[in-house]
Design a protein around this ligand. Structure first.
Ligand SMILES: Cc1ncc(COP(=O)(O)O)c(C=O)c1O
Length: 401
């Protein structure tokens, strides 16, 4: 077996299962899960219909590069959403089966396994980045996101020598789990650094369409290039998905876009890996990328939920309203694992301890004393969870840390 497999960490949900192994949740209370980041709003009916209407396409093999019509729909969406001067659908866009597989595969294609390179990533982070780096024979380097750094990676803590060893930087903006958004100017500074030190930026923007202020959508990496008058997007690749934007996690549909020379090699890799998107999913994806109405409605549902839940938690739990995404990342009055156990046992509410989403780095685990709460269920259920949390906090003595 590949010895690198042994370096993979158990997934956070496996750690959660072990944490709760000896507990029985309060039987009189219905189970409410805030731990899994799976969208639970309904899928748009017109996309479901588009899948059904094209099932006859099951009779053909899809091409890895995807249909020209899909790449064009994506290029149009990107151009409008991120104020691009243009993006070439033939060379700068590639469909993927959701961002998870693409974020993983990307490291395998981009990194030289003989180089012992550093792969930088935020801390806490989406665990795929770490696994991708490890299986590509590279070394993950964690950049802490703390309240002091506005919950964004503290890039100032990275040394010049570390940047020089970096070959791949994962960004996650809006962040999972913090909801923090990287400003355009910071993206531009990172682009300049990537070109100077010769590393690739993989910008995971899969939460970019879930934000609080309709007039202020999160900036993206390609937008940062475009604002510098650059349309070759050198060293830059973005990852987008229909899972969160359109409540279609089961469609497994996303795309990568950016630097044409990187995408050409990534396409070669993917051709061997065998990761073409089924044609009926491609056709349904075109319908989804071409419609913004359902995306605006979806945002409003999250906005209402955040307002309601934060209103209940206010004064009881130390929590900031995130700029974007669908997570809360509150500070816990007791260690995060104890807090999660108390909520599960006493309230039948499941939250994810922050330490399971982060690693020790620079002497701290920035997830400790925080939990991730995904507001993915319907509003009434999220509110009920918040009320139970307030009850439990009263028993724990509030946030007196
Ligand atoms: C930060 C982040 N990136 C990527 C993904 C993967 O999403 P998908 O593969 O559905 O596009 C997730 C899913 O939870 C995520 O939280």
């Amino acid at each position: 077996m590949n010895p690198l497999l042994e370096r993979l960490q158990p997934y956070p949900f496996e750690k959660l299962r072990q944490l709760f192994a000896d507990l029985t949740p309060a039987p009189e209370k219905t189970a409410i899960s805030l731990s899994i980041g799976e969208p639970r709003h309904p899928a748009p009916p017109f996309v479901v219909e588009a899948v059904a209407a094209s099932l006859d396409r099951l009779a053909s093999y899809p091409a890895t590069a995807g249909l020209e019509a899909l790449r064009t729909a994506i290029a149009n969406w990107l151009t409008g959403r991120f104020a691009l001067a243009g993006i070439d659908p033939a060379h700068q866009v590639l469909p993927v089966n959701g961002t998870r597989e693409a974020l993983f595969a990307f490291a395998q294609a981009v990194l030289d396994p003989g180089e012992n390179a550093l792969v930088m990533m935020p801390n806490p982070f989406y665990q795929i980045y770490e696994g991708a780096a490890l299986l590509a024979g590279a070394q993950p380097h964690f950049i802490n996101c703390t309240p002091q750094s506005g919950y964004l990676p503290d890039f100032g803590a990275v040394t010049e020598a570390q940047w020089q060893r970096c070959r791949l930087l994962y960004l996650c903006s809006p962040g999972n789990p913090t909801g923090a958004v990287l400003p355009l100017a910071q993206l531009q500074a990172l682009i300049a650094l990537a070109r100077e030190d010769d590393f690739v930026i993989a910008s995971d923007e899969c939460y970019s369409e879930i934000y609080r202020d309709e007039a202020d959508p999160p900036a993206g990496l390609l937008q940062a290039c475009a604002a510098m008058g650059d349309s070759d997007y050198r060293n830059c690749v973005v990852f987008h998905s229909l899972s969160k934007r359109s409540n279609l996690p089961g469609l497994r549909s996303g795309f990568v876009a950016g630097d044409a020379s990187i995408l050409r090699d990534f396409l070669l890799y993917r051709t061997y890996h065998g990761s073409a998107m089924p044609l009926h999913h491609q056709l349904a994806s075109i319908a989804a990328w071409e419609d913004e109405g359902h995306v605006r409605e979806n945002r409003q549902r999250y906005r209402d939920k955040f307002a309601a839940v934060l209103g209940i938690l206010e004064g009881h739990l130390e929590v900031d309203a995130p700029d974007a995404g669908f997570y809360l990342w509150p500070r816990t009055p007791v260690p995060d694992t104890d807090f999660a156990r108390a909520l599960y046992e006493g309230e039948n509410v499941t939250v994810l301890p922050g330490r399971f989403l982060a690693r020790h780095s620079g002497g701290v685990n920035p997830g400790e004393s925080r939990v991730r709460m995904a507001l993915v269920a319907e509003q009434a259920e999220c509110e009920e969870a918040a009320r139970r949390i307030v009850d439990r906090l009263a028993r724990l003595g509030g946030y007196s840390q």
